[in-house]
Ligand binder design. Structure first.
Ligand code: BG6
Length: 478
């Protein structure tokens, strides 16, 4: 064990994240404004933990003044959330704004700015309007790319004076991976080709929005247009060539499919060849590739939670099995791994440092930050002290260890702009709802959603005022 103390650079972001649908609730939502998640929840309430979902969430839409005051208390320098596309418009084709929702966003942004907290806003955090899924098949359609650009235009026109940092998507790979690759979520259709088409259209939509942002002068005015990705830091079981090849393929299909086009402007040639070989190539043309080439993002947020481990595949595929990237790998569980048992995720804080090395090597010009990292724990009320405060020392240790690696990478020259925790308050997760609690602030769902800071909130606040990280590191995890 060694005690470590590290200075936190003055411009280093110390923030937290959330999303519109996971916090706002449906209050004031009008007929026809459902998102994809809302219809999934309405259809399949039973798959959501205790039947709880986005309907009430944390009621942020009414309680944001209280929450922003708590953000200040917890020392957040930045707060990331999304604007809910499905609620921002009344008509998605004509991009007619819902003035009531737009006014709420205005007031919420004003409140953040008044408290000196910088907003970072995603245009989409899984909030695809349900009617666009029903009418066009969602991101399957090029028309939805056009409608997203129209939506972005309205958003920038209203809020570019208040928000400088924008992001097209949060984790653009997730919805279609759960829905079309693995058929785990509504509408449960296994279709690898659709998976790739959605991937491509989200890349294209990001480039189109970067183009719009630049052409309308927001970049010149000091704004930036980025994306939030969730690359999984992938380790092979062993150094054997076949295990390393499995990790290489995993990385191509799940990480580089977004990293390369969005950060470098180009899909990996090897990925294109593999998709053709397996007959899941997407529909695209040279004009689209040209837009992707000309409009890479200005910065990238990386959601880093756990390491991903693979080994060479041991299975055989037959001609009836549709292509799935798992053709090239098997998952691997490291014996003796450190675990967050509530979420079933391995804990390996060094992923942050390893990702930083990769950013230096493969994407050296791209500024990046940790956009999400956090620890979801079940039954957290078991950790309350006599005063009723959750003693979440496990969360403090988790944050400290990940932050340590981020600061070390930054000291060594990585373009790491900061660290953001998932999440500010406890909130609703897809399916797991309030089962695993992530927040610095507890939300008591049995008592009118009462807010109560956890021990970690005060710790985070001290981190932010002292600008010094102090921790005891277990040498085996260094
Ligand atoms: C990220 C998402 O993947 O992880 C969030 O951006 C999500 O929306 C968070 O809530 C935590 O994961 P989960 O599945 O436990 O909610």
């Amino acid at each position: 064990m060694s005690k470590v103390s590290m200075p936190i650079p003055a411009d280093f972001i110390l923030g937290a994240a959330a999303s519109a649908w996971q916090t706002e609730g449906w209050s004031g939502k009008k007929p026809g404004q459902d998102s994809y998640l809302d219809i999934w929840y309405k259809q399949d309430r039973h798959v959501w933990h205790n039947g709880v979902g986005p309907a009430v969430a944390t009621d942020f839409i009414h309680r944001y003044p209280e929450d922003v005051a708590l953000m200040k208390l917890a020392g957040l320098t930045h707060y990331r959330t999304s604007i809910n596309w499905s609620r921002f418009l009344l008509d998605y084709e004509q991009a007619i704004v819902d003035e009531e929702y737009a006014l709420y966003i205005d007031k919420f942004l004003d409140e953040l700015l008044r408290q000196g907290i910088e907003p970072m806003i995603c245009l989409e955090h899984y909030e695809l309007p349900a009617v666009l899924l029903e009418k066009y098949g969602g991101w399957q359609s090029k028309q939805v790319v056009e409608l997203f650009v129209r939506y972005a235009e309205q958003v920038f026109a209203r809020y570019a004076g208040k928000v400088k940092r924008w992001y097209s998507f949060n984790e653009p790979i997730v919805v279609q991976t759960r829905v079309y690759l693995d058929a785990l979520r509504y509408p449960y259709e296994q279709n690898t080709h659709k998976w790739m088409q959605w991937n491509h259209h989200k890349n294209l939509a990001t480039a189109r929005v970067v183009q719009l942002f630049e052409q309308q002068g927001y970049r010149r005015e000091g704004g930036s247009m980025g994306v939030i990705l969730n690359p999984e830091v992938t380790y092979p079981r062993s150094s054997a060539p076949h295990d390393r090849l499995a990790a290489h393929y995993y990385d191509l299909f799940y990480n580089r499919v977004f990293l390369d086009p969005l950060l470098l402007g180009e899909y990996p040639a090897e990925l294109i060849e593999l998709l053709a070989k397996h007959q899941v190539a997407w529909d695209y043309d040279d004009r689209e590739l040209d837009i992707i080439r000309r409009y890479p993002v200005h910065e990238v947020g990386l959601n880093l939670y756990y390491p991903h481990r693979v080994k060479a595949p041991s299975h055989q595929w037959n001609e009836h099995t549709p292509f799935h990237p798992a053709y090239y790998y098997d998952p691997f569980e490291l014996p003796g791994r450190r675990m967050n048992k509530s979420r079933g995720w391995e804990i390996q804080p060094k992923i942050v440092y390893d990702m930083a090395q990769r950013m230096n090597r493969d994407y050296p010009n791209m500024p990046w930050f940790i956009a999400e990292n956090g620890m979801g724990i079940e039954n957290e009320t078991d950790f309350k002290n006599q005063e009723g405060e959750i003693q979440d020392d496990y969360r403090i240790d988790f944050i400290a260890e990940h932050l340590y690696w981020a600061l070390k990478a930054r000291e060594e020259g990585a373009k790491c702009l900061g660290y953001m925790l998932w999440a500010f308050t406890d909130n609703v997760s897809p399916m797991n709802a309030f089962k695993n609690r992530y927040g610095l602030i507890e939300i008591d769902i049995d008592h009118q959603l009462r807010r109560q800071p956890k021990k970690s909130a005060a710790w985070f606040g001290r981190l932010s005022t002292t600008r010094t990280l102090t921790l005891t590191l277990d040498d085996q995890y260094k």
